[in-house]
Design a binder for this molecule. Structure first.
Ligand SMILES: [Zn+2]
Ligand SMILES: [Zn+2]
Length: 332
């Protein structure tokens, strides 16, 4: 089988990922083998390639928004059959035993393994996954549309929950890429009014088409104070203006695995019982809830397809904000 693999961390180049041939992996106990149909391209993949975050070992096959079909079962797998359509998210598996796993916060498990980071992911024709952490894909969501839902979508959904968003509230979305264009559809479904902050005129237009009340540049003052806000861009400089737009007792959640430093800011921006928190990964339950909701709404992902061999180009286009929505590798 073919895979696009990372051998060395460095700023993105045309050959950052190299096309290699590997033996077909055999599923072990509790694992399934998946024939990959599509795999989304995420900013986390770029952080992995460029060395912002460090996988424990190289080479590695990135990719953690995998839609595919179960192709072989390891021993002891009872929840899936060969031929089932499934999705593999960022959380590859957690330990199940630690304090966080016991609290239902396996996204914070210190022993968690992440797909395409600790173990080979979906920039490949086949991959292995742990059956208990694989998500069934609802009928009605195509492979092409499912891929972005599996990280951008699920983590965006968790961000809305961690921002304490209630039906009908005023929500700010700062940055309007892959995650925000899915989160806005959930927020609109809940009757929220959404205010979008992005430099890109194209992204502002896209936000208005998806039902945003208002779209402006980051740092602009929205027409009304916000109840909640989520930052989707990896820039700490966006935190003070986002807090300044929040009402007292409002919540700001930062959806980023890596971000530039947050500048020093006056205490009054957080005074008034405002909450500032981060969002780290997502739980299995977030995935189950979000995919169910996505099929019901239905959430529509805007995607640009690339062949597997063009993964470096897809990463380049994402890095330079040339993609409306999300880049997806079409593999089979
Ligand atoms: Zn991701
Ligand atoms: Zn754990």
């Amino acid at each position: 089988m073919f895979a696009m693999r990372l051998f060395e961390q460095a700023p993105l180049r045309a050959d950052s990922l190299q096309r290699v041939e590997l033996p077909l992996p055999e599923p072990g106990e509790g694992q399934v083998r998946i024939r990959v149909r599509t795999c989304g391209v995420c900013h986390t993949d770029l952080h992995t390639i460029e060395g912002d975050i460090h996988p424990p070992a190289l080479p590695i096959t990135p990719g953690h928004q995998v839609a595919g079909v179960v192709d072989a079962l390891g021993s002891g797998v009872g929840n899936f059959s060969v031929g089932d359509r499934v999705g593999v998210p960022w959380l590859y598996r957690a330990c199940g035993a630690c304090e966080f796993c016991q609290r239902g916060l396996e996204n914070l498990c210190p022993n968690a393994l992440f797909t395409g980071f600790h173990v080979d992911g979906g920039y490949a024709e086949y991959m292995l996954a742990v059956a208990n952490y694989v998500l069934p894909l609802p009928a009605g969501i195509s492979d092409k549309e499912a891929a972005p839902l599996l990280c951008a979508g699920i983590v965006g959904y968790r961000s809305l929950k961690l921002a304490d968003l209630q039906p009908g509230e005023r929500l700010g979305l700062v940055g309007f890429g892959a995650s925000a264009h899915l989160a806005i559809q959930v927020a609109r479904h809940w009757g929220c009014r959404v205010y979008v902050f992005t430099r890109s005129a194209e992204h502002q237009q896209h936000a208005l088409e998806l039902g945003a009340e208002w779209a402006g540049a980051s740092g602009e003052t929205p027409p009304e104070p916000l109840d909640r806000a989520v930052i989707f861009a990896p820039s700490g400089a966006l935190v003070p203006p986002a807090l300044a737009a929040l009402r007292p007792a409002g919540t700001l959640a930062i959806n980023a695995i890596h971000t530039s430093p947050i500048p020093e800011m006056p205490y009054r921006l957080i005074y008034g019982e405002r909450t500032l928190r981060s969002v780290a990964n997502a739980t299995y339950q977030d995935g189950v809830e979000f995919l169910r909701l996505a099929a019901e709404i239905p959430v529509r992902a805007t995607v640009t397809l690339y062949p597997l061999e063009a993964a470096n180009q897809a990463l380049y286009d994402m890095k330079h904000s040339r993609i409306n929505g999300e880049a997806v590798l079409q593999i089979s």
